[in-house]
Each structure stands twice: as C-alpha cells, then as structure tokens.
Design a protein around this ligand. Sequence first.
Ligand code: GDP
Length: 211
Amino acid sequence: MRPFRDAAFFKSAARLDQLPASQGEIAFVGRSNAGKSSAINTLAGKRLAFVSKTPGRTQLLNFYALAGDRFLVDLPGYGYSKAPAAARALWEGTLGGYLRTREPLRGAAVIMDVRQPLTELDYRLLRWFRPTGKPVHVLLAKSDKLSRAAARGVLSRVSAELLLLAPNYSVQLFSSFKKLGTDEAEAVFCRWLDPLTSTSGQGKEFVAVAD
Ligand code: GDP
C-alpha cells in the first residue's frame, strides 16, 4: 500500500487554530537541507513539496490530503543558522505546540542526512517529542552518498542510540535519488494510519496491505 500516492495539497496553516479536522496524520520534520522535501516527493510519486536549495524557506505547516480525511503534514526545516528570528519563534511556538498537542498526529517522520545524523537539534526534537508517547521513524536520507557498508554502519549506530531514547523510535536508510527504502517507509506509515481505516466516515475505504 502506498499511503501517499494520491496525496494532494490541502492547505497551509500558520496558526494552531487553522488546522483542518483530521482522522489522522503524519508529520515530516527535519533539519533544513536534510532531504525532507525530496523524501516527500519520492513517497508521493510526484512533486508535492518544494525542493529547495535555499534552506529555511518554508514557514508554514503544509497539509497534504490522503484518503479518508488523513494528512501528511510538511513542517518547516529547523536549525538553519541564518533563519530569521521569526522563523525560530515559529519553531518554538506554533510548531512545537503542534507536535506536542495535536491529537490526530499519529507519529513523526524525522528526516536526517545520513552523513550527519542525530545532530544536537535532532536530539532536542526527539527528546522533546518523547513525552507524547507517539512513534518516530527516522529516514536516513541521501544514503546513496555513502558506500553500502558505511551506510549500514550509520544505521546500526543510530538504531542503537534511538533505542536508548524510546522503544517506539525506529530508523531506516532512504534515498530519494535511488528510490531506496520507499517500501519500508510506506509499511511503517501505513501501520500508523491503518487503525483509523474504519473510522473515516467519508465512505472512502483505505485498506493497508503488507508489502
Ligand atoms: P529539505 O530542505 O530537507 O527539504 O531538503 P531537499 O529535499 O530540498 O534536499 C536538499 C538537497 O539535498 C537538494 O540539493 C537535493 O537535491 C539533495 N538531495 C535530496 N535527496 C537526496 C538523495 O536521496 N540523494 C542525494 N545524493 N541528494 C539528495
């Protein structure tokens, strides 16, 4: 099952009172330039998110509609050193509030550059999200940039570190350029969205089939 294949832009929200009614959603977060937009586009199979060479540009929560009143939510990248103060305040206020309090949020997909995983800002996000009890799945993006052996080494190191943080934090290798890791990621995100299939209320069936 490819949960994001029919994704379509729904709305941008700048404030928490602008969020749509939702039966479940997955937030995509990560350091600017980690490869988040490319990962979203790869999973959607089309250009959905803006792939930028200018980090720190997107300022809003972008909602993309999936089947059954569910959403993929693209959050602005964090940690861009030249981000204006307003962008930092947005992360500390609106986005932080969203991640901590959004009831329909099923989990966070955290995108990290395989060559620079688990930065201090990533740790901050992971620790800070942990009290929600919701799962995190890390995509180690741009894994084509490393040899297979080196990428596997990073995977096992990050996996061990995540296990220390929370039992429901997981990780995989991913490459948008080589289309690596899409089946694995889709299986995880389907599992997160799947419990809601019978509560859509819109008559749109969403049946997850294991890959
Ligand atoms: P974002 O800021 O996290 O949304 O990152 P983008 O998706 O805009 O990508 C940042 C840069 O990394 C761009 O120059 C992309 O072309 C490059 N990039 C993204 N995904 C991959 C990948 O899978 N492999 C490689 N080699 N480069 C990638």
